[in-house]
Design a protein around this ligand. Structure first.
Ligand SMILES: [Zn+2]
Length: 714
């Protein structure tokens, strides 16, 4: 069979018809020839759809009309070739419309800027809004005959597909894991040659349905979590379509609803109140100077650009750095020029780069930053907007939304992987089940002890009186995030090590501190095996005074020698607990908030750079659950740093001033009082002598509300 010869239509010619008229002029399949000669095989529906967005070209005719301005150029073709050499196009999906509008808008902006006739951004935004609006109105009018419905038979049809049916049966017999059923569903639903008429499948391919939710309907419900985020050790092996019929299943499943309603009250209140505080402080960074380069020569050193990380089940663990650094300027070392980072710069993976950063902006405006330090994202900041407010809401909005949609994001839970810093891998390893730690046999022949602090094991003495230790949960006895080990090594091996603390009979004792638990909500506890070992062999108490440096108050320590320990047993266990969105928001708040007690330590050791991208820095932590561009995080962090707490100078730091992190509430109190009065505990500010003594303070946009005459009457 030979391919039919298709008509060729120049896209530029079609521009002369308004979009709603074009429906009457073209029909069927044809080849569209774009301005640069590119030929796109398409049809009248796709072209009429795209034509609405060509209002950009109608109003700004010097913009070239290219493939990326047609929906077929935005959607890719399926890479898989089906029997008979058939390839299927990608279906119109969520986000493709925005991408199409974005492509047209940015082409206009770039073209006219190059021509020396820059177009005001707000005009383009207005046009984008209008295009979208007209498209929506016309489509609900002209496309109603394409609207389909969905009924239960479509679900049954999908479940009767042999692979899905077999997987479900095998799962109910306990032969395969829940995730294997999900991947069977996924592969059938994404096989474009099958179930083409089934609206459920079409919606899945168009990403209108949430994959995880569909999986729980067609496949099994899986492992829900309890109110406190512990993962139930019970798998619900039927899904919502088959029905959750066992009482136990139903009782467990009900917890997800209970948790969602708990989030909607308590967690949401906490998250929003913190968001308000963060916005108040961030508002101090008032201005962004567009099309401006302060010329700062200080950079934020990004240690290593990391690609997207997936776990062994193929689930996304971490988005790529390039996506989150999109639009930042970096120094191209070979040319010494600034370049924009985009997600396409994959050649930079694994490299260290120097970024322009708001944290080092040298713009003379004490309450402003330049658009080059901020990054290309500055294009999206509306004129006159308060940049700090804009960034704080960008982040807080996502956190709140994650709590609100807890019910919709519900899926079967798996545990976060244990991670052990490579330098400690020779001492400790993750157990096979991802919920325990074992000691590495490499140190088996050495003299090893575990050192416990009193606070880590308040109930350790109970094990002597308890008949069967296993009657109580493990975390009843101890909880810890740091494991202290003492490993004695022969003198020669460790002779040169500066960290050695004392000498014990021909060997050097090396104290080792290992972080255990997963960052977030899982604290480790001593395993039953270890508790039984302690019960049998006892422990030695090291009095506080012996260990603490002179002049410091120490605490009692327990030493457990592992001479008779069975090295196959786990020493620590972790609760099967999921790190949830509520915990996450709380900990982001904690990181930014900081406490007065920590501040002295922080200001000595931490720089804003390290707080942002250091170990367990804000960037990684926030983006474990959210998706916040570095530009926004920088501004938020910048707003929380001050020149000097000791000097009582709470202004925003500049490259020529010192800079240190501060406590959020102190920063608010010691900058303009107008914002403190808008927040809470106003009486504290009123009775504080400092409120009257220090009158030279940092401006805040609220000043005009608090003292209008001082601000507006000159
Ligand atoms: Zn700058």
């Amino acid at each position: 069979m030979t391919q039919p010869v298709l008509r060729r239509l120049p896209a530029r010619y079609l521009l002369r018809f308004p979009a709603h008229e074009l429906w009457q002029h073209i029909t069927g399949s044809f080849i569209l020839v774009m301005d640069d000669g590119e030929e796109i095989p398409t049809n009248h529906v796709e072209t009429c759809y795209s034509s609405y967005v060509w209002d950009f070209h109608r109003q700004y005719p010097e913009t070239p009309l290219l493939g990326e301005h047609h929906i077929r150029g935005v959607l890719s073709w399926d890479s898989k070739i089906y029997p008979g050499g058939v390839r299927y196009p990608e279906r119109l999906s969520i986000g493709a419309d925005l991408k199409l509008i974005g492509n047209c808008m940015m082409s206009v902006y770039d073209t006219y800027r190059a021509l020396g006739k820059p177009v005001e951004r707000t005009l383009l935004w207005k046009l984008a809004y209008d295009v979208n609006n007209v498209q929506y109105c016309d489509f609900i009018r002209y496309a109603d005959r394409y609207v389909g419905t969905i009924d239960l038979l479509h679900f049954f049809e999908a479940m009767d597909e042999p692979e899905i049916y077999d997987a479900n049966q095998a799962c109910q017999r306990g032969e395969i894991h829940v995730n294997e059923v999900y991947s069977a569903i996924d592969s059938v639903f994404k096989d474009k040659s099958r179930l083409r008429h089934n609206p459920l499948v079409r919606e899945y391919r168009s990403k209108i349905l949430k994959e995880t939710q569909l999986h729980q309907n067609i496949g099994p419900r899986g492992n829900p979590t309890d109110m406190d985020s512990r993962i139930f050790n019970h798998t619900i092996r039927r899904g919502y379509v088959e029905g959750i019929r066992r009482i136990a299943d139903s009782a467990i499943e009900s917890c997800s609803a209970a948790r969602a309603s708990y989030y909607a009250a308590e967690s949401l209140r906490m998250s929003e109140y913190f968001s308000r505080k963060l916005q108040f402080v961030s508002q101090n960074v008032q201005n962004i100077h567009q099309n401006c380069d302060c010329g700062s020569t200080e950079y934020l050193v990004w240690p290593k650009l990391r690609p997207m990380k997936k776990d062994e089940r193929g689930e996304k663990v971490q988005i790529s750095d390039l996506e989150l650094l999109d639009g930042k300027y970096y120094l191209e070392e070979s040319t010494g020029k600034l370049k924009v980072l985009t997600p396409a710069d994959v050649h930079l993976y694994g490299q260290s780069i120097r970024l322009r950063s708001t944290l080092h902006c040298a713009h003379p405006d004490p309450a402003g930053v330049c658009s080059t330090c901020f990054g290309e994202l500055a294009f999206n900041v509306p004129p006159g907007a308060n940049i700090g407010q804009w960034c704080a809401t960008t982040m807080a909005e996502q956190a709140t939304q994650a709590l609100l949609s807890a019910k919709h994001l519900e899926r079967t839970m798996a545990l976060e992987r244990l991670s052990i810093e490579p330098e400690y891998a020779k001492y400790i390893q993750g157990g096979s089940d991802n919920t325990s730690y074992v000691l590495n046999k490499l140190i088996e022949d050495k003299d090893v002890s575990i050192i416990l602090k009193r606070v880590q094991a308040e109930s350790l003495h109970d094990i002597k009186t308890v008949d069967d230790i296993r009657h109580h949960p493990e975390d009843h006895y101890s909880e810890m995030t740091i494991l202290n080990l003492r490993v004695a090594e022969p003198v020669e091996a460790a002779a040169q090590d500066a960290r050695t603390s004392n000498i014990k009979l021909g060997s050097l004792v090396r104290p080792i501190q290992i972080e255990v638990g997963t960052q977030g909500s899982r604290e480790a506890s001593l395993s039953y095996e270890m508790l039984e070992y302690i019960k049998e062999h006892g422990y030695k108490t090291i009095p506080a005074s012996a260990e603490a440096p002179r002049g410091q108050k120490g605490e009692d320590l327990y030493e457990i020698n592992l001479e008779d320990w069975n090295w196959d047993d786990p020493i620590l266990v972790l609760p099967a607990k999921h790190f949830n969105n509520s915990d996450h928001v709380e900990q982001v708040a904690k990181k930014l908030e900081s406490r007065v007690a920590e501040m002295r330590k922080r200001s000595r050791e931490e720089t804003a750079d390290r707080m942002l991208i250091g170990e367990a820095g804000l960037f990684d932590f926030v983006n474990r659950k959210l998706n916040v561009n570095l530009s926004c995080l920088e501004v938020i962090l910048y707003a929380t740093t001050v020149v000097s707490v000791e000097q009582n100078d709470y202004s925003l730091p500049k490259p020529w001033t010192p800079s240190q992190p501060s406590v959020l509430s102190m920063t608010m109190r010691n900058r303009s009082l107008s914002v403190d009065f808008a927040f809470e505990k106003q009486y504290e500010a009123l009775i504080d002598a400092a409120s009257f003594i220090y009158t030279n303070r940092f401006d805040h946009p609220f000043d005009g509300i608090y003292t209008p005459t001082a601000v507006f009457v000159t």
